[in-house]
Design a protein around this ligand. Structure first.
Ligand SMILES: Cc1cc2nc3c(=O)[nH]c(=O)nc-3n(C[C@H](O)[C@H](O)[C@H](O)COP(=O)(O)O)c2cc1C
Length: 210
C-alpha cells in the first residue's frame, strides 16, 4: 500500500477482534509516533502503552462509557510534557504541544493501518479518571487515547467536504467553483469518470444477464 492509498483508506474502527497484536507491529506504531515532527524538535509527546485487561476496561469507562475502547488488545495514551515547550515558546508552547501530539497520533493511525491493524482517535474522556488509572502527574497533558487491534467491522467512508467547500484561493473565503480544473489537476475528474464508467459497465452486464 503506498502512502496516499494508506491515508485515503484509513478509517476509524470501533470493533476489534479478540486476538493479540504482534509486539513488532506495536513497536512500529510507537516508532511512527516517535518520528513525527515537533516544534523545535522538542519531542514533548509521551506514550503510555496499556495492555493490561483491567486497565483497558477502566480506560473504556473513562472514555465517557465508550466501552469498546477497552475491547482493543492495545491502547496507547498520548500525553504531552509541556514544561520545556512552554519554557522555549511561552504561552504558544501549549498549542505547539497539542500539535506535536496530533502529528504523532496521525502517524500512529497510519502505521497501524499500513500493517493491517485498525484504530480510532478518541478525544472524549474524563481526564481525572485516566490520570488516576495510569498515574499521570498533574503537569502532564493527556491528549488522546488510541485503541489498536485487528478490525472486526468494515465501515463506509464518512462524508467529507468537497475541495470547493474547504479550500480558498489566495484569500480566506475566496471559493473557486472548480478548483481541480483551475489547478490543472484532473485526478478528481478522472476518478469520477472511471467510477461512472465502471457503474455503466456493471449496469450493462446486469441487463444482459436478465
Ligand atoms: C480530535 C479527535 C477526537 C475524536 N474523538 C472521538 C471519540 O471520542 N470517539 C469516537 O468514536 N471517535 C472519535 N474521533 C474519530 C472521529 O469520529 C472520526 O475521525 C471521524 O468520524 C471521521 O471518520 P474516519 O476517521 O473514519 O475518517 C475523534 C477524532 C479526532 C480527530
Amino acid at each position: 500500500m503506498d502512502t496516499l492509498e494508506c491515508l485515503m483508506s484509513r478509517r476509524s474502527i470501533r470493533k476489534f477482534l479478540d486476538i493479540p497484536v504482534e509486539f513488532e507491529k506495536v513497536g512500529n506504531i510507537i516508532d511512527a509516533g516517535r518520528m513525527a515532527p515537533s516544534a523545535g524538535n522538542l519531542q514533548d509527546t509521551k506514550f503510555v502503552l496499556v495492555t493490561d485487561s483491567g486497565a483497558r476496561q477502566e480506560l473504556g469507562k473513562a472514555c465517557v462509557e465508550q466501552y469498546w475502547v477497552g475491547s482493543a488488545p492495545v491502547i496507547i495514551v498520548i500525553c504531552s510534557d509541556v514544561t520545556r515547550t512552554k519554557r522555549f515558546y511561552g504561552e504558544v508552547g501549549e498549542k505547539f504541544s497539542t500539535q506535536n501530539a496530533a502529528a504523532c497520533v496521525e502517524n500512529m493511525l497510519l502505521a497501524a493501518h499500513a500493517q493491517g491493524l485498525a484504530s480510532c482517535w478518541v478525544g472524549a474522556f474524563e481526564d481525572e479518571m485516566v490520570r488516576r488509572t495510569l498515574g499521570v502527574p498533574d503537569h502532564i497533558l493527556i491528549q488522546a487515547i488510541v485503541p489498536f487491534g485487528y478490525p472486526d467491522e468494515k465501515v463506509p467512508v464518512p462524508q467529507r467536504l468537497t475541495m470547493d467547500q474547504c479550500v480558498f484561493l489566495g484569500s480566506y473565503g475566496n471559493r473557486i467553483k472548480d478548483l481541480a480544473s483551475y489547478m490543472e489537476w484532473y485526478g478528481e475528474h478522472i476518478t469520477k469518470a472511471v467510477k461512472k464508467g465502471q457503474e455503466l459497465v456493471k449496469e450493462f452486464a446486469r441487463r444482459i444477464q436478465q
